[in-house]
Design a protein around this ligand. Structure first.
Ligand SMILES: [Fe+2]
Length: 182
């Protein structure tokens, strides 16, 4: 499977613009992370793009991730690490533990995208957003309360410092600002 095939599959299963935007954000954040950590950018980007691919066909959060992997295994030669990272991003419901840098990166990217989006909504723009301001929002648990802070802090398990991650994630989303509707 390559990114082009992944995108075709994704477009077949996801119709909501909001979900498309979220997955695209996670894709660019995790790709930037892979680049910085010297990991496989395309592989990580595919996991970012595909991680929520079943949320329209499987509305029950308790099962999300499983259906993505079923689809991937049936239709592609998707690497096992991508399947594992996608299952482990729903560790709390599926019991599949995050263990690799890739697993932690996906869950951190998933959650930081939500925090940046919420902060962007508040500011009405992503332009000029800085890591310092974002960090304050990260510490303020009442702000965007559904964002799983602990999974963002887990970025340090990949060997990357939190501040660097916040900076990199903001920049990645700013680069696709034209696709993000606030
Ligand atoms: Fe997600």
């Amino acid at each position: 499977m390559n990114l082009e095939e992944a995108r075709k599959l994704f477009d077949r299963y996801i119709k909501s613009d909001q979900i498309k935007m979220h997955c695209r954000e996670v894709e660019v954040i995790i790709r930037a992370l892979a680049k910085e950590l010297g990991e496989d950018e395309e592989k990580w980007a595919m996991a970012g793009l595909l991680h929520d691919m079943d949320c329209e066909v499987e509305p029950d959060i308790k099962n999300q991730g499983k259906k993505v992997v079923e689809i991937l295994k049936e239709k592609t030669d998707c690497p096992e690490e991508i399947c594992h990272a996608i299952l482990a991003h729903n560790e709390e419901n599926l019991g599949i533990k995050r263990k690799s840098k890739f697993d932690f990166a996906l869950s951190a990217a998933d959650n930081i995208s939500g925090l940046i989006y919420a902060y962007g909504l508040m500011k009405h723009t992503l332009e000029g957003m800085e890591a310092k301001g974002l960090k304050k929002k990260l510490k303020d648990k009442r702000f965007a309360a559904s964002v799983r802070r602990e999974l963002i802090y887990d970025i340090e398990k990949t060997g990357m410092e939190l501040d660097k991650f916040l900076e990199l994630a903001i920049k990645a989303m700013q680069e696709i600002a034209g696709e993000i509707v606030l």
